[in-house]
Design a protein around this ligand. Structure first.
Ligand SMILES: Cc1cc2nc3c(=O)[nH]c(=O)nc-3n(C[C@H](O)[C@H](O)[C@H](O)COP(=O)(O)OP(=O)(O)OC[C@H]3O[C@@H](n4cnc5c(N)ncnc54)[C@H](O)[C@@H]3O)c2cc1C
Length: 344
């Protein structure tokens, strides 16, 4: 079913630059909706390096990827915005001065301004190397946990050896009826403390480790029945009957639908001007890692600059003929009141 939402700015991508767009738009009284394909906010900072320190955010000597996203979320708290996760913006079409953008979950946005803050493209889950991996998608097979309740009192098989496989094995250990964690070798790439927790659950019987196994096929006719796994060394196979199988084989970055939006591209990046960071389509802006222009650097602080200027143009499109109100945040009483900080 399609849900329609009208908004001042639609932001595609909830990475750091998408989040900071909410701040700059909020200062001008504009409302934003953010859409991200991932199941969490934060883009590369959360998906690729949550625990690594960043040293080049002005005024912040160092901050991990996760701390940086947490700070941005705190910073945009006073403003009016909504986030729609687990869905991709797939289609964009023009309707008069407006743009209509549709997501894979059936939301249709009507807006004058689209900000593509899509980083290196949409993060897409790597699928298991079996025939028709998506045959039971959402009905036994998943690549992300959308709701923990779905797995309560269920027999679950989790595949993978990184952070997501470890995190969800630990998180679901006391909630699922049984958990089998399948990995090709006894060597995990996730955080050490999560691996330790997982091994404690193995010792107490809440998690069964299946090593060295890989997926061979998905079992089921009309409905999902389980998975067939293969011993990586002996090549022997076994079938595990289960209610749900979760595959965490990492993510690949896809430019995907952006290719079809009649936007000028330059080597897989969106070409923009350096005044408004607008594309060849009026009202479609590209900010952060996704864009390119002479001298472009893929740095968070560059994305912050770009979106600050782009938001000015978005305001003008919504309020034609009006001067864009400029004011220092140090003098913004309304913002200080909302944030409950002192300033003058
Ligand atoms: C290991 C590592 C270390 C780094 N260290 C630093 C550093 O020290 N300093 C620094 O400044 N930068 C650093 N960077 C780069 C920095 O992370 C990027 O510049 C920054 O994340 C770009 O932010 P963004 O918001 O433009 O895009 P991203 O963070 O890439 O977020 C884009 C989001 O858009 C989503 N998306 C894309 N297409 C769609 C679609 N069609 N529909 C829905 N969602 C979509 C993606 O899923 C993603 O979540 C580092 C990068 C890496 C990988």
């Amino acid at each position: 079913m399609t849900k329609s939402i009208e908004t001042d700015i639609l932001i595609i991508g909830a990475g750091p630059v998408g989040l900071f767009t909410v701040f700059e738009a909020g200062l001008l009284g504009l409302k934003c909706h953010l859409v991200d394909n991932l199941d969490k906010i934060g883009g590369q900072c959360i998906e690729l390096y949550p625990e690594k320190p960043i040293y080049d955010i002005p005024g912040v000597p160092n901050q991990t990827g996760k701390e940086h996203i947490d700070s941005l979320l705190k910073q945009i708290e006073p403003f009016d915005y909504e986030v729609h996760l687990n869905q991709r913006v797939d289609r964009i079409e023009q309707s008069g001065d407006y743009w209509i953008a549709e997501t894979t979950d059936g939301i249709s946005f009507k807006t004058l301004n689209i900000f593509i803050a899509a980083g290196a493209g949409s993060f897409e889950p790597r699928k298991p190397p079996v025939e028709s991996p998506d045959k039971f998608l959402g009905k036994g097979i998943d690549y992300a946990v959308r709701s923990v309740d779905k797995y309560k009192d269920k027999d679950i098989v989790i595949f993978g050896g990184g952070d997501s496989a470890l995190d969800w094995s630990v998180e679901l250990a006391n909630k699922a009826k049984s958990i089998k964690l399948v990995h090709r070798r006894d060597d995990f790439r996730g955080a050490e403390h999560t691996e330790n927790k997982m091994r404690n659950f193995v010792a107490s019987g809440e998690i069964e480790l299946k090593i060295p196994f890989v997926i061979k096929s998905i079992v089921g006719g009309k409905s999902f029945e389980g998975v067939e796994i293969m011993n990586f060394e002996t090549k022997e196979t076994e079938v595990i009957n289960c209610d749900e199988a979760l595959f965490f084989f990492g993510l690949s970055k896809q430019l995907g639908p952006i290719n079809d939006w009649e936007i000028d591209l330059n080597e897989r990046k969106v070409q923009v001007d350096t005044e408004k960071f607008e594309t060849n389509q009026k009202g479609i802006f590209a900010v952060g890692d996704i864009n390119t222009y002479p001298g472009k650097l893929d740095l968070i602080l560059c994305g912050f600059h770009e979106t600050t200027l782009a938001v000015q143009e978005a305001f003008k499109r919504i309020n034609p003929g009006e001067r864009v109100p400029f004011g220092y945040t140090t003098s913004n009483k309304g913002l200080q009141e909302k944030l409950k900080v002192s300033g003058s």
